[in-house]
Design a protein around this ligand. Sequence first.
Ligand code: URP
Ligand code: ZN
Ligand code: ZN
Ligand code: ZN
Length: 519
Amino acid sequence: MSTSPKPVKKVPIHLQSAANRVYIKNGEIVNHDKSFKADVYIEDGIIKFVGPPSEITIPGGVRTIDASGLLIIPGGIDPHTHMQLPFGGAVAVDDFYSGTKAAVAGGTTMIIDFVLPNKHESMIEAYDKWRSWADPKVCCDYGLHVGITWWSKSVSEELGILCKELGVNSFKTFMAYKGLYQLNDSDLLDVFERIRQLNGVAMVHAENGDIIAKNTQRLLAEGINGPEGHELSRPEEVEAEAVHRACVLAHQSDCPLYVVHVMSKSAGIELARARQRYRGRYIMGETLAAALGTDATCCFHMGFEHEAAHVLSPPLRPDPTTREFLMKLLANDDLQLTGSDNCTFNKEHKAKGKGDFTKIPNGVNGVEDRMSLVWEKGVQAGLLDPCRFVAVTSTNAAKIFNIYPQKGRIAVGSDADIVIWNPNATRTISKDTHHQACDFNIFEGMTVHGVCEFVLVRGRICAERGQVRVAEGFGRFIPTPVRPPFVYDIIEGKVQSAVQEDHPEERQNGGGNSVAKKF
Ligand code: URP
Ligand code: ZN
Ligand code: ZN
Ligand code: ZN
């Protein structure tokens, strides 16, 4: 732990409404690169001061929070949610209100949701639809990725508009969901080339959709139609093959690639190898709270309702060593981020798949519990230090999607998205107490360390010792500009590779010991 550099000037305090001003004293600030003792002063949603108390005069009437023994961390950024998504014949039950309320309750102060246009639907129209759903409801700030669910000249043109005028820099492609969203390799190459031309970030759902379709036919013909058929139709190598292929296609197109929801050891190894081969931030990856917090063994012989509640794609794996392996990839910087892929359906919706696993709407919860789970399975388990925790729950998202240091850092000038985190307190997760709208929680009964004492969304205290007081519509849309330097400085040769295998001592907070060297 290092100490903060000494600020030089006293900060002038402008007398304004006390509601706009918060002073947090005696806490330990944790950013991705260092932690240090300092006080924080917030005005009008922006951090105005970070430093020792001797260097600031606080007038009366300012809300003061004593953070003795607590950590002051950047609010979580969940890079992967699907609020109120129409999917699989149902609509996800967490909408932009309950979903962002739950996010805030758990210490996440920004989400990035996915616009998923229907095949042949205009991406701009779909984007407008998502904005009209989200803007009046969001309790915290949000950004948007857009799915490229079909390919044509008009889609290519709309990509330019989204990047240049509508604040979107990241686009999800699908190698799975055959007949719905899946693109073939030739289209993927065109898409990646176009995204590179626009200085954007390509994202990929990496599973081989053709293999899944064949396996599914075979399983159903054999009479295997229960939820167990879901994982059987798409085992690890089906994910790993697609990760490998996606990385090659992106490299051939010179396009940075972010692999969403890495769910298996084999896929994680492919990603780590590609990062080594292509030297760093070209290739980035995310895993999910679900994959770190549970696995398919919890579903064995548990009956349809329980098993269907855990169905998502790629699936939870039956190998119980997956969770710790993926956490180690996060520690080593083989993976960069944790998302939730929050896409919640109730039992009645999941029941559509009784007798045919292909009809179970895909998706699980996680937006509320992601921060605590990563703390419990990462920091509490001794695999991550608190700085790396901040990197993989917040800062790396801000950097990859180009909103850093507005988000993802406790620093003067940054948005006051702040969590006052109690690393020693515990809570037990349950559907009966969570803030999500869904009637199931895949982490039911788990006791986790890491509890939010306070959550500030742009300076507004939205959660306070278990009381959640959000304001519907308070969140703003945050544009994500193209050409994130974190990614593009490497591609353009302005900085050296992000992978420093020969000099691990230069990397703080884990890294340098990529699993790629071991396989
Ligand atoms: O099962 C999942 N992951 N549902 C949401 C859609 C997706 O592929 O991310
Ligand atoms: Zn996906
Ligand atoms: Zn279970
Ligand atoms: Zn998703």
